[in-house]
Design a protein around this ligand. Sequence first.
Ligand code: ATP
Ligand code: MG
Length: 256
Amino acid sequence: MARILAITNQKGGVGKTTTTVNLAAGLALAGRRVLLVDLDPQGNATMGSGIDKRALTATVYHVLLGEKAIDAVRVRSQAGNYDVIPANRELAGAEVELVDLERREVRLKEGLAALGDQYDFVLIDCPPALNLLTVNALVAAQAVMIPMQCEYYALEGLSDLVNTVKRVRANLNPELDIEGLLRTMYDPRNTLGQQVSEQLQQHFGDKVYRTVIPRNVRLAEAPSYGVPALSYDRQSKGALAYLALAGEILGKQAAN
Ligand code: ATP
Ligand code: MG
């Protein structure tokens, strides 16, 4: 059965999409069958995987509204060697349109169930909000991965997110776990960053990945070429860090 992870943090710009795209490419490079689900109307994960969001006529929006089967929407990221359920602006409407529909929280889960055993990993890139789209991701997932910058306010936002996870667990998805917290855009020279990083480890222990993602310009450049950093510059510090993260996740899985 696929391991389904929701990459989520309601705070914007913390590295969710960068993590989803590069972890997908890293796991694919390790020989795993990977599906990336873009659940953000910004469509950044779609574009970053080399798929033109403006040219799409079938997206995750149609799956959520029950208008199309998931395999009719799926496209291939040639650059990343994984499959993508893409998104574009149209998805912003789903927020509103889903509200009146029944089983509105389980639509992604049901869509993914139709794929059966085709993947080892499904990575869901969430929007920067705790909305119905994110709830769909948390219901579909077995666990959440939380990318975060080590800033002062990061810990505050984290407790909101942890409470949301608890609520979803109590009401909609009893299996939901926290897979891990990922420190992103890390600068070891920043003292505040070090302090927040230490607090994080005190609070969450081994839920904090050992792998740390450094601030690295290659990670920011790659999306403008529509490729994961692993294809753009495999030797860059950023690409190597995501490869290490893929290794850490596979190691954890093997140990369980
Ligand atoms: P949003 O909440 O808008 O969806 P996000 O959490 O998905 O944002 P990203 O889009 O991954 O965050 O990253 C925000 C910006 O920071 C992007 O321009 C990205 O290229 C850049 N970035 C992400 N991670 C790194 C890094 N480790 N080093 C340098 N730049 C990074
Ligand atoms: Mg994003």
